[in-house]
Design a protein around this ligand. Structure first.
Ligand code: KE4
Length: 422
């Protein structure tokens, strides 16, 4: 990986840590991040000519595989008409309608540029309409890097072993209450004492930023019932799970209707696009209609919208999800058989076409248990897979994803490499 090493050295001279997002730096697994030259279908190709079967898929977006013909064509067709107008287009309405077909709870929605913006806006909306300041999130859940949400987060912060982030004034951090994920008692206790002061409860219904840990149905229903009781908004952060765990996301799987939903990743097809949406009476509080301000130069950008429309049009075909489920079950079940055969202490946890491996004797239900897993073993495993041409997330606190482009050949090859690596 000579070229990646050289490029990494150069990058570090001008970009902090040599990367534009910390989790890409291989910080917790060690070694040199592979600089990518191009990607196609289920594969990444690095600058040293090595080819990898990709299970990161840009951290979720590439559900149709890389450089999917129709999506690329949609982006090119949009680009030749200009890349940004800063004025409304009918395609933005079209994309919103496509999203609403899959997420009926999103009666109105605002397009933004990142999951961070979507969740940041959701909590500002909740504070604006409830006139309350405190919010509840859950340990190990990651909702992007806005100040209020960098309290005990998962993903890159956990990967770096940081408690949170410096630079967040305690006056802001103390308004965020972070509770153990999947702990109904702790949550109910907090609502009994603080319920009337809580603007919103924000949760990843299936957590993907501490490895994959599904919320239990009882836990998520407790969130729904207690927030209703205290006039607190329930916000589902489905940036990762939206259009991933099911066409209608986790809210479809669990049959729970949140007050607000945040989407990202898949909805932009790999271009910068995310969404915050929900009940009319909440969303109507957003400027210019209401007094809660939110804005963005490139929000609803024609290229990102064209990409999103192309992906969501394709995802309307239910066969896609039955295909993905079948591939995922095959891969996950065969990994479990390998783990069983080799008597390894590994939990394979999955929901739909997202999964992760925990080097742990027991199933993992929350962040404390995730942190007790054998991170060193994961790192060794990660590098063995990489040598074998399989690209897993360079962090034990992330999720693996499967795309429509992963076929029998890729899955069989992956299983061989996993067996050898273990
Ligand atoms: P972005 O601001 O990175 O677009 O989205 C933030 C976000 C919000 N909510 C959930 C559930 C998320 O998973 C994310 C972002 N996910 C991480 C990886 N799991 C992004 C990868 C990175 O930070 O480079």
């Amino acid at each position: 990986m000579k070229k990646s090493q050289k490029l990494f050295r150069e990058a570090k001279k001008i970009i902090p840590g040599g990367v534009n997002s910390p989790v890409r730096a291989f910080g917790s697994v060690g070694g040199t991040p592979r600089f990518i030259k191009r990607a196609e279908r289920a594969y990444l190709f690095d600058v040293d000519g090595k080819k990898y079967i990709d299970y990161v898929l840009s951290w979720g977006p590439m559900i149709l595989g890389h450089a999917s013909g129709e999506v690329v064509k949609a982006i090119i067709d949009a680009a030749i008409k200009g890349t940004s107008y800063g004025a409304p287009t009918e395609q933005e309405t079209r994309l919103a309608e496509l999203i609403k077909e899959a997420f009926p709870s999103m009666q109105k929605m605002r397009l933004v540029n990142s999951g961070t913006e979507a969740t940041m806006t959701a909590i500002r909306l909740a504070r604006g309409v409830t006139h309350r300041k405190k919010i509840i999130k859950f340990d190990g859940c990651y909702h992007g890097h806005s100040d209020s949400l960098l309290v005990k987060p998962g993903s890159g912060v956990a990967t770096l072993g940081l408690p949170g982030s410096s630079g967040v004034p305690e006056e802001i951090a103390q308004l965020t209450i972070s509770l153990p994920f999947n702990d109904i008692c702790a949550f109910e206790q907090m609502m009994r004492t603080e319920g009337n002061n809580i603007a919103c409860v924000l949760v990843e219904p299936v957590a993907g930023n501490m490895g994959v840990i599904p919320g239990t149905s009882e836990f998520l229903w407790a969130l729904r019932n207690w927030t209703k009781k205290y006039g607190t908004l329930l916000v589902f952060d489905e940036v990762m799970t939206g259009f991933r765990v099911a066409h209608g996301g986790a809210q479809q799987l669990y049959g729970i209707k949140p007050d607000l939903t945040c989407l990202g990743k898949i909805v932009g097809g790999g271009l910068p696009l995310a969404v915050v949406g929900g009940k009319n009476e909440v969303m109507n509080a957003l400027a210019p209609k209401g007094s809660v301000y939110q804005a963005g130069t490139l929000s609803g950008n024609p290229l990102a919208v064209a990409s999103g429309i192309s992906v969501l049009e394709t995802l309307k075909n239910p066969r896609i999800y039955s295909d993905l489920r079948e591939k995922s079950e095959r891969l996950v079940n065969r990994i479990r058989m390998i783990v069983e055969k080799k008597k390894k202490e590994i939990q394979v946890q999955s929901v739909g076409s997202m999964f992760s491996l925990f080097f742990s004797k027991k199933p993992v239900e929350n962040f404390d248990q995730a942190k007790k897993c054998n991170i060193k073993a994961y790192s060794r495993f990660f590098h063995k897979l990489l040598e074998g041409g399989v690209y897993f997330p360079p962090s034990a606190y992330e999720a693996c994803f499967i795309s429509e482009a992963h076929g029998k050949k890729e899955i069989d090859k992956t299983l061989k490499v996993i067996e050898k690596s273990l």
